[in-house]
Design a protein around this ligand. Sequence first.
Ligand SMILES: [Zn+2]
Length: 64
Amino acid sequence: MDGQALARAEVFVCPRCKGALAAAAEALRCAACRLAYPVADGIPVLLIDEAMPMASGDLSSSSE
Ligand SMILES: [Zn+2]
C-alpha cells in the first residue's frame, strides 16, 4: 500500500528492464539496455520504440 505514494517520485524506470534511468540533458538513459529515451517538452517518452541506442563508449562520458 505504501508503494503507491513512492511511485509519484521523479524516478523513471526503463520500460524494458525496469531499471532506474539516469537523467541526461535531453534524454533518460538506461545503462543496462544502452538505450536513451528522449524527453519531449519535459515529458519523458518511455517507449522502447522511441528509444535510441547509445553509442558504445558513451556510457563513460558522464563528466559534468
Ligand atoms: Zn533498460
